[in-house]
Design a protein around this ligand. Structure first.
Ligand SMILES: Nc1ncnc2c1ncn2[C@@H]1O[C@H](COP(=O)(O)OP(=O)(O)O)[C@@H](O)[C@H]1O
Ligand SMILES: [Mg+2]
Length: 228
């Protein structure tokens, strides 16, 4: 068994105002080995997005440590976390989060350029081809359907060639046909590129395909099971 690429040790995330405290995640410990496809399920409000945000370094734990690819994200400055995210972590959101002024090609190419790749344009074109959008590189988000926008977001997430892919209900705002295509891409590219995939989902069919299913309930791990 390989060393965990994501490790949470006694992580609590709470928000306070005056005498009042809301505990969103309560003393969670988890180790995710490199290459694993983990589905995170649980009712709305159980803390799934907060958990993913901590793994992405977009949020910080109130107590405990979050270590991704050897970096203790809570101990680092914002710039350093952003640099690690750019190199190591790809994130896909339910609502795509594309920049309206960038074409599909630019969306994928810019992070590659920021990573210093001299073949950024060629690699971006390859990734767009992989998600079935070879002909749409010059289009802006408004010219693309929801499913197509999400496929651009997936190409961007894999562009960093980082080792960790985090997806928060990536098919949640798509019809079932587009959703299936997005799912196939995420799972297929995760296998091809040897990344680690943590996906929040409400879809039991997706959870069934994962290597491991973690159920959150009220900010705690209710169950954690490996598929047979
Ligand atoms: N910054 C915040 N301030 C106050 N409450 C928050 C904040 N972020 C999340 N919450 C609350 O924490 C709970 C878990 O949220 P979330 O992680 O988004 O759950 P899920 O993704 O499982 O629906 C919800 O009750 C939500 O309202
Ligand atoms: Mg959520």
């Amino acid at each position: 068994m390989s060393a965990p690429i994501i490790q949470l040790d006694r992580v609590t995330r709470s928000v306070s105002s005056g005498a009042w405290t809301l505990t969103i995640l309560d003393d969670i410990s988890l180790a995710i080995p490199a290459g694993q496809f983990v589905a995170v399920i649980g009712p709305s409000g159980s803390g799934k997005s907060t958990l993913l945000g901590l793994m992405a370094g977009l949020d910080r734990p109130t107590r405990g440590t979050v270590i991704v690819d050897g970096h203790d994200l809570g101990s680092l400055g914002e710039d350093e976390v952003a640099r690690i995210r750019g190199r190591t972590i790809g994130v896909v959101f339910q609502s795509f989060h594309l920049i309206p002024t960038l074409t599909a090609q630019e969306t994928v190419q810019v992070p590659l350029e920021l990573a210093g790749r001299t073949d950024a344009a060629r690699r971006a074109a390859q990734l767009l081809d992989r998600v079935g959008l070879a002909q749409r590189g010059h289009h802006h988000p408004v010219q693309l359907s929801g499913g197509e926008q999400q496929r651009v977001a997936i190409a961007r997430a894999f562009a960093s060639e980082g080792s960790v892919l985090l997806a928060d209900e990536p098919t949640g705002s798509l019809d079932s046909r587009s959703g299936d295509m997005v799912l196939e891409l995420l799972v297929g590219m995760n296998t091809e590129l040897h990344t680690t995939l943590v996906m929040v989902t409400h879809n039991p069919d997706i959870a069934r395909r994962a290597d491991r299913v973690i159920t959150l309930a009220d900010g705690r791990v209710g169950s954690d099971s490996l598929s047979s």
